[in-house]
Design a binder for this molecule. Sequence first.
Ligand code: GTP
Length: 215
Amino acid sequence: MKQPLGVILAGGLATRMGGVDKTLLTVGGQSLLSRIIDRLEPQVAGLALNANGDAARFATGLPVLADSIDGFAGPLAGVLAGLDWAADQGADSIVTVAGDTPFFPCDLVPQLMLATEALPHPLALAATPRDDQGEGEALKSGGKLNRHPTFGLWPVALRDDLRAALEGGLRKVVAWTDGHGAGEAVFSAEPFDPFFNVNTPEDLARAEAIASGAA
Ligand SMILES: Nc1nc2c(ncn2[C@@H]2O[C@H](COP(=O)(O)OP(=O)(O)OP(=O)(O)O)[C@@H](O)[C@H]2O)c(=O)[nH]1
């Protein structure tokens, strides 16, 4: 399988953060966007940012992909924008990461690719053990997992299916991935959940503490 392209999802409204661009917030003196680029770039064949509105505000040099589905249809709209871009590039798949999640695993992409080896499509979501059970228990096959719908591997071959689903009103990511037999790549949630994301000012303070080694 070819190395996927990477797409950073930053197309949401960030209402809990007062409508600011969360990717431009800084943690440890570095913007979330720059942290995410540093972590994702070595794992993918090329990168783009999914965001709506004026693209110039990001000033990263990355292509900025706007949603093609009207009315803030959620992260799947960003996945679709990424798949359309990837099709133009002649790529087979993309990996998405959320633009408000600065500590995602450095082996995200290879683990997602491994999780789809025996599947008809390169389609998988990242997951971590649920909080209410021990890590060892959850990592055993059949353990209960939290899936992270913005961290996935998505096949270009399913983009027309995804567009039709979105145009039909589908918004829930796992409803679509479950319908296509998506795999799961399971990551440790210790010492903290690597998919912890910054939704509120309190989350930003926690991210600062993690980055400084205090949490
Ligand atoms: N392209 C796109 N991405 C979205 C949309 N809504 C949310 N996202 C992205 O999906 C991820 C999870 O988003 P949410 O936490 O639901 O929304 P948010 O905008 O981050 O924050 P809230 O408005 O406070 O819920 C983030 O990476 C968002 O940028 C959308 O309508 N379009």
